[in-house]
Ligand binder design. Structure first.
Ligand SMILES: [Zn+2]
Length: 352
């Protein structure tokens, strides 16, 4: 199959996945809004039940559609149950609406009490992000990378980079066929790689990707992301609430929903991706100078192909990362400059 037709098929696959995800998110969001605006203390449980009756089948259908797409395009070897469990992550959108409704009921119409609840909720969201349950699960379900040459190479690069990594962990995603790597842990830094990536890349290519993850740790990208998200959520959330309630006089119920939903949306889908794409580029450049720009570019290309990610992916489909073609272009430029990077790249989450 030619590279062009492969790219076209991958683009179709991603577009379909994106449509399923977006439609599901809209169903979840609209049903949650209806629930929120129609719930009172007398019908709270009934409304919750009603929303669950709409959501559970929607989530099951959506995860089943994603599963059939993965079977068709990526030829995954897993069963459907993992997808059903994954679709439950949409509950992260639903639960705040349930909690918000409870908060409105418990505020008894008092505006400043609602304002306080808004900030408590934003603090809970931030704590949840910092603890990151998924990372805790990965820590337990992963094991130390078994290839000792990769571990030794990674340690050498860490020393050159001047970064301390607590563990290099291998996650078993070979049946799900996901080739990926990510850095996690704010205090103790871990680098996770999937064994599907290790098995399909050469040792040097694996090391180039691991170097990229270590660069994220070196430049404290995760901590900076958390600080950015925290400031963003609090500023936007409080400002929106104050504007809607005190300037427009639209009431605490509308103020609360805008304070939470709009601040999360603006932060997660607009502001954060701008920062993340910048961090990715920085991590690429630092990793490439310590390994080899062409090696890193080749590894990124291979990972894209393994994951069936279009090389020229539209930013909307994967907002947190520059497209692989863009990354290859600036790595090539770096290679042409003969690894001659000016000082000052240092400084600045995080998947590959
Ligand atoms: Zn990265």
């Amino acid at each position: 199959m030619s590279e062009d037709s492969k790219e076209e098929i991958d683009a179709l696959f991603w577009m379909r996945r994106w449509i399923i995800g977006t439609v599901t998110a809209l169903v979840v969001l609209v049903s949650s809004l209806i629930f929120y605006f129609s719930s009172t203390w007398t019908n709270f449980l009934l409304e919750t039940l009603e929303e669950a009756t709409i959501l559970v089948p929607s989530l099951l259908i959506s995860s089943y559609l994603t599963y059939t797409l993965d079977l068709k395009y990526r030829k995954v070897k897993t069963g459907y149950s993992g997808y059903a469990r994954n679709s439950l992550s949409y509950l992260y959108i639903v639960i705040p609406f349930w909690v918000m409704s409870a908060a409105i009921i418990l505020s008894f119409g008092r505006t400043y009490l609602t304002f306080l609840y808004l900030d408590i909720m934003l603090a809970v969201i931030l704590t949840g992000l910092a603890v990151n349950i998924r990372v805790q699960i990965w820590k337990r379900s992963s094991k130390e990378i078994s290839n000792s040459r990769i571990i030794e190479g990674a340690k050498r690069i860490a020393e050159k980079m001047g970064v301390e990594i607590t563990g290099f962990r291998e996650v078993n995603w070979s049946r799900a066929k996901i080739a990926n790597a990510f850095q996690a842990g704010l205090r103790h830094r871990y680098v996770f790689v999937t064994n599907f990536m290790i098995d399909n890349l050469t040792e040097d290519e694996d090391l180039a990707i691991i170097a990229h993850e270590m660069a994220h740790a070196k430049m404290n990208h995760l901590t900076k992301t958390m600080v950015f998200v925290g400031i963003d959520l609090l500023l936007i959330g409080n400002a929106l609430f104050a504007f809607i309630v005190f300037t427009l006089n639209y009431g605490a119920k509308l103020g609360l929903v805008f304070g939470i939903a709009a601040s999360v949306f603006v932060t997660a889908y607009i502001l954060l991706p701008i920062l993340q794409r910048r961090f990715e580029r920085e991590a690429d450049l630092v990793a490439a100078t310590l390994t080899n720009p062409r090696l890193l570019a080749d590894s990124l290309l291979k990972i894209s192909r393994l994951n069936h990610t279009p090389i020229n992916i539209h930013w909307q489909w994967n907002p947190s990362h520059p497209s692989t073609s863009e990354r290859i272009a600036y790595l090539k430029e770096l290679e042409n400059r003969g690894k001659d990077i000016p000082d000052g790249i240092g400084g600045r989450s995080t998947r590959t």
